[in-house]
Design a protein around this ligand. Sequence first.
Ligand code: UFG
Length: 343
Amino acid sequence: MKKKILVTGGTGYIGSHTTVELIEEGFDAVIIDNLYNSEAGVVDRIHKITGVRPLLEVLDLCDLEKLDGFIQKHRDISSVIHFAAYKAVGESVNKPLEYYRNNLLSLVNLLSVMKRYGIPNLVFSSSCTVYGQPEKLPVTEDAPLQPATSPYGNTKQVGETIIRDTTVSDKNVRAISLRYFNPIGAHPSALIGELPRGVPENLVPYLTQTGYGIREELKVFGDDYNTPDGSCVRDYLHVVDLAKAHVVAIKRLIEGKNKANYEVFNLGTGNGVSVLEAIKSFERVSGIKLKYRIVGRRAGDIEKIWADPSFANKELGWKTLSSLDEAMKTAWDWEKILRSNKI
Ligand code: UFG
């Protein structure tokens, strides 16, 4: 009997890649998504990749009654992977209440139905944003958390706290928070990938759109940081590697291999890459000379951060397999497919 996993936000960027990996590992994935930032057609493409069409329930997790009704119909759900959330840092500053309501009420509702119906396992989509600018690099899971610099970041910190407190109060709930560094790229089939709304905030979609000629030039936000080439440093990991970590985490909970009721893992490569290095990687894999210009710093940017992923390497037996260039190549292939209207 296949284990049924509920994937909230399963038509989104990381959610869709994770759904593919779950299906390929023999799980029965069911998706809840309100399609706020994604498209229903993603399930067709998941079907194309895996040969299986996951059930998609279009539902807002903030609607407790509807969520409860859905879970009642799927009492065999064994675990939940929770992606559904707003994620634009800049937007969150202007719409804090929307962010707090959407990201936190949905989580509280989800935990409530998990408790009500005895669903024991949760994997939560968190972010390295909880560390702020760490004093020591690479950053380990026990590094002190810094006050969040945006409502979005705060929803990840508070979200982690809500989950931890729930696992403390109820030993029947087990959870893992995965702190992602910077996911990039797309599925090698080029059937699923990131679908940014409007002008992208993140580096790689901006970069590939500029390479394609949709944007005039890439603005590099600052070259006067205390880093080897002066531009900011991040830990970019391939979204497929990231997706696989969710499968490992869910198996750990299902098989009861977790060492504590609440665990936290960094998911990154362990390598710091500067903005200028990311541009060079794009130029290598695309053969395109990218138009870019150094401009002033972006407010709220962290100077440098990369993961110490050794806890995930050891405990989860997970590590990233793709290089920066491989991940960048899939991002570029995806951009070309998107623009050729083949998706
Ligand atoms: N950058 C540019 N030009 C751009 C876009 C980005 O130079 O047009 C630079 C940024 O200044 C930064 C780097 O590229 O140095 C990466 O920026 P992203 O916006 O892609 O990623 P961030 O690291 O800033 O943000 C990511 C996630 C957030 C999360 C944060 C945690 O997108 O959700 O990591 O630090 F909160």
